[in-house]
Design a binder for this molecule. Structure first.
Ligand SMILES: Cc1cc2nc3c(=O)[nH]c(=O)nc-3n(C[C@H](O)[C@H](O)[C@H](O)COP(=O)(O)O)c2cc1C
Length: 160
């Protein structure tokens, strides 16, 4: 059993990294199998959990500093989620031991085969543009899909 934990709410008056460290240590002592570190709330503006427009390496892995602090405080594996897009960035994080595992969400909505693609040697960055368009069908149509893929498919159909 693992827990997804906010490293910081990124909100005035919200939970801080100190609170997260307290919770992480307690969970670790109770024998949790892993902690996945996220951060922010939908009210946290630019520091929300699902940030948009991740186009540079510097914008990737935006929860890593908190995940690393938590990793230093616990003995269970720590995972980091949020903005991971490049194989190189991910490999660096794991090799340097800054996190034990990484998680991705939106990249798999656009490219369910992403890891297989990387495994086969095509290490180009995930094609997800972090637009958050995938939330809309989830809320309105009861299913989640990549709206960019849909538009591309429709445009292809029109040009045939
Ligand atoms: C459509 C969608 C639904 C999500 N639902 C949840 C959720 O119910 N609970 C949660 O903790 N995070 C949820 N997330 C956040 C993701 O788990 C992840 O933390 C976030 O998208 C950042 O990772 P990414 O940059 O790889 O997408 C959702 C994300 C997306 C795109």
């Amino acid at each position: 059993m693992l827990v997804k934990l906010n490293g910081d709410d990124n909100l005035a008056g919200g939970l801080t990294l100190e609170d997260a460290l307290f919770a992480a240590r307690a969970l670790d002592q109770e024998g949790i199998d892993a902690i996945e570190v996220s951060g922010g709330t939908p009210a946290s503006g630019d520091l929300a959990p699902v940030r948009q427009g991740i186009s540079t390496r510097e914008q990737e892995a935006y929860n890593l500093p908190m995940a690393y602090r938590i990793k230093e405080a616990v003995s269970c594996p720590v995972m980091v989620v949020g903005g991971l897009r490049s194989f190189e960035v991910i490999e660096g994080i794991v090799r340097r031991g800054e996190a034990d595992y990484i998680s991705m969400s939106r990249p798999f909505i656009r490219e369910p085969e992403l890891v297989r693609r990387w495994e086969k040697g095509d290490e180009a960055r995930a094609t997800c543009i972090s637009c958050n368009g995938c939330f809309k069908p989830g809320l309105k149509e009861g299913q989640i899909y990549c709206v960019v893929n849909k538009i591309e498919r429709e445009n292809k159909g029109m040009s045939l």
